[in-house]
Design a protein. Structure first.
Length: 474
């Protein structure tokens, strides 16, 4: 595979790129570029001479055709909410911002599909579905700024994955611009299309390294007629797993959310969060935030109350409160969605986005916390996440009073310890955030070598000049 140019494009070449989108949408002012050169956690800082903001798929195609011909590296970017550095231009690449591709092209309620351009903000897609009495269930803490294209490119998970699946499972059709500028239009609404290789899924989770997603057809679902939300104190992760299994088999509805949260990070939220209240009267070592949905308008709350009464008798739940109204339910989820941000005031935080089989979560948590605190005495594991699909955000906050830089310098050491335990339990080092730059060098250590070789082959075929997001994933 050929390498793209590593020096900044010459002024005349920049002018050619600018001519495709117009000067207004060829951003070169350092102040305007600055927010697009750093990711949310501040781990990575990039550099770029220009950000291009195309307004159509045709303009994306023209940009990539010129980039491929001139071997100019391109970094696609959506809402810039990624957490592994996949959207940052590290070596002066041009930024290809998809934010102007923000149209919802169609909502087909009879087919239960919605066709969105890549720059549609996730919350806008959710609201558009709701306005048509439908549900688009992808839900993330960053849903007010992340985009559909970025969600698909990173194969986002989120709190609704338990019932509805991750981004890959929510995508029906896709439009992609290839590295040479060709447009592949697979914007079909078909559940069944058995015409050879299913190429759609090559680009989901590829982080813009194989092509640029410009639009997608996504699944919609009937809006639940009743939703109940409960915040529960539980004695242990073991009890939480038993509770999940019982809920899925006994509640007369669908368990659409099941989040496990350690008390220590609830303390962070109470201390640093905005409009956050302790959901229960007394403290508990662990909590479960559970949501149950039904297509039946009546009876769900009574059923849930009966179930929780039984769970308390079985010592699986030590305390419980059910949201009395929509505002209280939103308050519960607000706390959950603040958990990433409230770690920042506590100093350095070493992150892990991992998954293990649901049954293995309790053992993983116990072993990881023992290993991490032995490695760095005083460090504070604050795990939380999507217990229903085994995805735990195993984050470790620095010891109180420690030097932040010194703690973060141990990132690789902590990762190695945690990743070893993840692999012991047949898990994954990246559940929903992707590989990007952060986990690129770890991937060869954990990926099946034949699978990794095939990934490299796909990259060479689809991007022979290496212009698409170089240095990411592979």
């Amino acid at each position: 595979m050929n390498s793209p140019m590593r020096h900044a494009p010459a002024p005349d070449l920049l002018s050619r790129f600018a001519a495709i989108v117009g000067d207004k949408y060829a951003v070169t002012d350092p102040n305007d570029l600055a927010p697009h050169l750093i990711e949310g956690r501040g781990l990575y800082h990039g550099r770029s001479a220009m950000m291009l903001k195309p307004g159509s798929t045709a303009e994306v195609a023209a940009i990539l055709k010129l980039a491929n011909e001139t071997r100019t590296a391109i970094v696609p970017q959506g809402g810039n909410t990624g957490l592994v550095g996949g959207q940052i231009p590290f070596d002066g690449e041009l930024i290809l911002s998809l934010t102007r591709l923000d149209k919802i092209r169609e909502i087909d309620v009879r087919s239960n599909t919605m066709t969105c351009e890549a720059g549609v903000v996730l919350q806008k897609a959710q609201d558009a579905a709701a306005a048509n009495d439908r549900l688009f269930p992808l839900s993330l803490g960053s849903e007010g700024s992340c985009t559909i294209g970025g969600n698909l490119s990173s194969n986002a998970g989120g709190t609704g994955a338990l019932a509805y699946g991750i981004a890959r499972e929510l995508m029906v059709g896709v439009e992609v611009v290839l590295a040479d500028g060709r447009i592949m239009n697979l914007l079909r609404k078909l559940k069944k299309d058995n015409t050879g290789y299913d190429l759609r899924h090559l680009f989901v989770g590829a982080e813009g390294t194989l092509g640029v997603i410009t639009a997608a057809v996504v699944k919609l679902f009937p809006r639940p007629r009743s939703v109940e939300t409960a915040f529960l104190g539980v004695p242990s992760p073991e009890a939480a797993v038993k509770l999940l299994n019982l809920a899925q088999s006994q509640i007369a509805g669908t368990v659409t959310g099941f989040e496990l949260i350690i008390r220590e990070i609830v303390e962070f939220a109470l201390k640093h969060g905005h409009n956050v209240r302790d959901p229960l009267a007394s403290k508990h070592p662990w909590y479960v935030l559970m949501e149950v949905s039904s297509q039946q308008a009546e009876g769900l709350r009574d059923n849930l109350e009966e179930f929780l009464g039984s769970a308390i008798e079985q010592d699986l739940v030590t305390d419980a409160t059910l949201a009395a109204n929509l505002d209280q339910a939103k308050a519960f989820w607000h706390m959950r969605h603040t958990l990433t941000e409230v770690q920042k005031p506590e100093g350095g935080s070493i992150k892990h986005d991992v998954s293990v089989p649901v049954a293995e979560v309790p053992a993983f948590l116990a072993e990881a916390s023992d290993a991490v605190t032995k490695l760095i005495p005083g460090s504070r594991p604050v795990p939380f996440g999507h217990l229903g699909d085994g995805n735990i955000h195993y984050n470790v906050s620095q010891p109180v009073g420690a030097d932040k830089a010194d703690f973060l310098a141990r990132w690789g050491d902590v990762n190695a310890v945690v990743d070893k335990i993840v692999l012991k339990h047949n898990g994954s080092i990246s559940a929903e955030h992707g590989i990007g730059r952060l986990k690129r060098d770890t991937l060869p250590k954990v990926k099946d070598p034949v699978a990794l070789a095939l990934m490299r082959d796909f990259k060479r075929v689809l991007d022979p000049n290496g212009i698409l997001n170089p240095g990411k994933v592979l």
